[in-house]
Design a binder for this molecule. Structure first.
Ligand code: CA
Length: 251
């Protein structure tokens, strides 16, 4: 499968040229022309790499990077202006994998992209073989979440989730048989300074139910009316604190 790259760059000429070259190399490319749109795309879709300009309208590149790092460790290469040393340092501090100075030769960009992929791939297999060989998977009701592989399976089939759906499911599985209220879930899934309505959690629960419950005919996430959500696994007797649980359970 082709690797998918998200290019966030407001200078249209650079964006178009870079896109063409990347496609020529066999990458899939999605483009955003300002920080806010770019962030929204990174939130809703999984990319193998983000190329992120620093000087962007709406939301600057460093801020976009900081926000991406709250929900994902997808590789990010910053595109910086020549000699903007502070930008490079701040970018790396904020979790960028690398940076490249504009104007750049496309060969240099392609080389850096390959290095990032190789490095990330090596890190992953190092961890896999040396440390996490037997990482227990999270599971309930036939749904398993493999953190190491970032993979969710049910009945032998893989379930494709967005970052936030994945994080929400992971949080609920890690807290199996514990009722979590919307605010707590929002903090855990979106970060403490997320500005938004807690009913966004309801939206993500609905997405998860469509992708899991409806598809596989199971009832994974329980709504605890007036409280929040929980994944209850009857197979386990380890009922921890089920504050307000059991009563008022609905669909
Ligand atoms: Ca720019």
């Amino acid at each position: 499968m082709n690797k998918k790259i998200l290019l966030i760059e407001d200078e249209e000429k650079i964006a178009r040229f870079t896109e063409l070259e990347l496609k020529h190399e066999g990458y899939e490319v999605a483009k955003a022309f300002n920080g806010r749109d770019g962030l929204a795309m990174a939130e809703t879709e999984e990319f193998d790499l983000v190329l992120l300009d620093i000087m962007l309208p709406e939301l600057n590149g460093l801020e976009v990077l900081r926000r991406i790092r709250k929900f994902s460790d997808m590789p990010v290469i910053m595109l910086t202006a020549r000699d903007a040393v502070m930008d490079k340092v701040s970018g790396l501090d904020a979790g960028a994998d690398d940076y490249i100075t504009k104007p750049f030769a496309i060969e240099e960009l392609l080389a850096r992209i390959r290095v990032v992929f190789k490095k990330r791939g090596a890190d992953r297999s190092d961890f896999g073989h040396a440390f996490n060989k037997d990482t227990p998977k999270l599971s309930a009701k036939g749904v398993t979440l493999d953190e190491e592989r970032h993979e969710v399976m049910c009945q032998g089939e893989e379930i494709e989730l967005t970052h936030r759906e994945y994080e929400l499911l992971k949080t609920l599985l890690q807290n199996k048989n514990i009722v979590l209220d919307r605010e707590k879930l929002l903090n855990m899934v979106c970060g403490y300074d997320y500005i938004g309505e807690t009913n966004i959690i309801d939206v993500y629960v609905r997405y998860l139910r469509t992708k899991i419950d409806d598809r596989f005919g199971i009832k994974l996430i329980s709504t605890i009316r007036g409280v929040g959500y929980a994944i209850k696994d009857e197979n386990r007797q380890e009922k921890k604190s089920a504050e307000g649980g059991s009563k008022n359970e609905t669909e």
